[in-house]
Design a protein around this ligand. Structure first.
Ligand code: F2R
Ligand code: MG
Length: 301
């Protein structure tokens, strides 16, 4: 793949994902001209900055502190219930890892790990073993339930697979689903991946999609739904719209669907008028470019 295409795919994924988050979150706001993203993108950008600072590595303890710092700068981004409580415990010296196990039995299975994982999928797109290890490290600060880790792995692997696709061609949906099925062992994800393949074969009502795949904050009720939105539309803006139409945790589902679609289609698939309205778009693009430079060995962290 040329450098130009790789750069377009990294930027396309990170910007589309922030756009999906912001458009999903703005649905109920009056002022929809200002596209402001939420905790999903704040935490994804923290992971991108962390990868850059460490020259292409994830260190879970340092990342936990990075999340604390990110939260303290902008606590109003709309974080889920668990992370702010975890950050307080870390500040009290009780961490910094696996404190979600104090809040939820077996740790959190919220979608908070999957929603922020796209930069890991991008950076390790060409090495699945590295990707899997980095996903586990990136989950440790807040989401240690196996279903949260598996959801983050499926999202990161989807982004990585999309980077390898020809941006001008449609993906083979069933090949994509088969690949994801080969990565998962849990009953709920296997069932939903199979079901989403069946749902893609014909038009279904919003109610039926939500009944079968879910649209809520648990990873297993949102990651398969995001993959469905991507595979159905294969275009960032259309995937965002499909996710918003499903309601529920639509900012996060749109964010995850668009991260995959953006990695497939690249920056050119995102309308300039949307980027012009997106908060911090130039900064996000700069982070994507620095990840490419580190990935290609053009610079150190
Ligand atoms: N939730 C929001 N936004 C609404 C918050 C508004 C806020 N008060 C404000 O406006 O400032 N969005 C964000 O939350 C989702 C990600 O959540 P995350 O980070 O995974 O949180 P948490 O608390 O770890 O898990 C979410 C819920 O999942 C259920 N759950 C998790 N593990 C469980 C377990 N082991 N057993 C039972 N239930 C479990 C709980 O209901 C958790 O509260 C994203 O949508 C993000 O945008
Ligand atoms: Mg959300």
């Amino acid at each position: 793949m040329s450098r130009e295409i790789l750069s377009s795919k990294f930027a396309g994924s990170m910007l589309a994902s922030a756009l999906g988050d912001a458009l999903g979150a703005s649905f109920y706001r009056w002022n929809r001209d200002e596209l402001r993203y939420t905790d999903d993108s704040a935490m994804a950008l923290a992971i991108a900055e962390h990868l850059i600072e460490l020259g292409g590595r994830i260190d879970s303890e340092k990342l936990a502190w990075k999340f604390v710092e990110t939260y303290e700068k902008e606590p109003w981004r709309g974080y889920g219930p668990g992370p702010p409580r975890i950050f307080k415990l870390i500040k009290r010296g009780m961490g910094p890892l696996e404190l979600d196990k104090r809040l939820y039995p077996g740790g959190s299975y919220g979608n908070g790990a999957a929603m922020r994982i796209a930069p890991v999928g991008l950076f390790f797109y060409d090495d699945f073993d590295e990707l899997r290890l980095a996903v586990v490290e990136a989950c440790k600060p807040t989401h240690n339930h196996p279903l949260a880790v598996e959801g983050a792995l499926l999202e990161a692997a989807s982004v990585a697979r999309a980077v390898k696709l020809d941006p001008m061609k449609e993906v083979d949906r069933f090949d994509f689903i088969d690949y994801l099925e080969s990565l998962t062992s849990s009953e709920v994800y296997l069932r939903k991946l199979k079901r989403l393949g069946e749902l893609l074969e014909e038009e279904h009502s919003r109610r039926e999609v939500v009944k079968n795949l879910g649209n809520s904050v648990e990873a297993f009720n949102s990651v398969p739904t995001a993959i469905y939105c991507y595979l159905r539309e294969q275009d960032p803006v259309k995937a965002i719209q499909a996710a918003i139409n499903l309601r529920g945790d639509m900012d996060t589902i749109a964010c995850m669907a668009a991260a995959i679609a953006g990695a497939h289609r690249g920056l050119e698939a995102i309308p300039e008028r949307d980027l012009a309205r997106l908060e911090n778009a130039a900064y996000i693009r700069g982070l994507a470019e620095r990840l490419v430079e580190i990935k290609l060995g053009e610079r150190r962290g």
